[in-house]
Design a protein around this ligand. Structure first.
Ligand code: BV8
Ligand code: ZN
Length: 255
């Protein structure tokens, strides 16, 4: 059996035996749907500097620019669809006992694909939050603005997205932490694992970072090796739209 086949067989056998599965996804799982990844463009993000469009300071400085950027991303995401990688994760959830899908992505594609227990730890392009009454509303992906105001209190709306320098929503972070701390298998898909605290879920699953537990098995699916690779028991290299369906095929084969 070729090396790669052996790695896939090993990963499948771990997943077949797992009672509790947690998954962490990043921009790579949506790449084959046509959603640009985050770090591909050397720090520029669709032509913008991060500090101008993904920080609270950037929004305070120029809210119109930030809304133009997010309206552009909302319009792009409205045109794309989940890919076979998203669909394979739906199947994995259906066959797993306990299953938690933690995503750094804000494109909502896991939910569109049919995943149920999804934690959107960096928020969602669909949601706005009011700077006045803090109301969070799912407004779909239609264009908002140019100066979106809260229909309830009239104050400015911002994207309900976690920007750099901002804390993650406490309830969603706690649920992610618990899932990583309790799982038997932690599947890490399409993330460079450089953004914290999301990336710290990997050592937490391994029982490191001062967190005492029997280490989970970590399986990484990525185009390349990443910061997560040193924690991985198995690394499946390739596009997740190909590797995840291949993995599920093996998981679904009778023992
Ligand atoms: C906070 C929302 C404090 C925006 C995002 C500790 C250590 C180091 C740094 C820090 C630290 N603690 C805090 C920091 C600072 C910072 C941080 O982590 N900086 C990094 C860059 C060094 N973190 C923060 O600021 C966080 N906040 O800690 O605040 C605090 C705490 C309490 C109270 C108050 C304050 C907030 C971080 C969240 C920022 N928001 N997104 C938006 O999306 O609109 S993060 C952004 O990066 C995206 O969400 C993205 O998803 C995420 C992670 O990137 P990836 O998903 O991994 O994407 P990337 O392009 O990097 O990689 C893609 C991967 O896919 C690659 O590996 C590629 O090979 C692979 N790939 C590509 N194609 C495919 C594929 N794989 C498979 N198949 C394919 N086809
Ligand atoms: Zn309001």
């Amino acid at each position: 059996m070729a090396d790669t086949e052996r790695e896939f067989a090993k990963a499948a056998s771990f997943l077949k035996q797992a009672r509790r599965v947690a998954v962490l996804t990043g921009a790579g799982v949506s790449a084959e749907s046509g959603v640009p990844t985050f770090r591909a463009a050397d720090g520029l993000w669709e032509g913008h500097r991060i500090e101008d469009v993904a920080t609270p300071q950037g929004f305070a400085r120029n809210p119109d620019l930030v809304w133009r950027f997010y309206n552009e991303r909302r319009a792009n995401v409205a045109k794309v669809a989940p890919n076979p990688g998203h669909e394979a994760l739906v199947k994995l959830e259906q066959r797993s006992g306990e299953f938690t899908l933690i995503t750094q992505n804000v494109d909502g594609l896991h939910l569109v694909a049919g995943s149920k227990n999804v934690l959107e730890i960096h928020g969602s392009l669909r949601q706005t939050r009011c700077l006045g009454c803090a109301e969070v509303v799912d407004r779909g992906l239609a264009e908002l603005g140019p100066k979106p105001l809260c229909p309830s209190c009239g104050a400015r709306l911002r994207p309900h997205i976690v920007w750099f320098g901002e804390g993650l929503p406490e309830d969603v972070w706690q649920a992610s932490f618990r899932a990583a701390a309790a799982c038997d298998v932690f599947l890490v898909v399409g993330t460079s694992a450089v953004v914290h605290p999301a990336a710290s879920l990997i050592p937490i699953a391994r029982g490191e970072a001062g967190f005492d537990r029997v280490p989970a098995i970590v399986i990484e699916c990525n185009l390349t090796r990443t910061e997560a690779s040193s924690y991985a028991d198995v690394t499946l290299l390739g596009p997740s739209g190909v590797t995840l369906p291949r993995l599920l095929e093996l998981v679904e084969q009778p023992i």
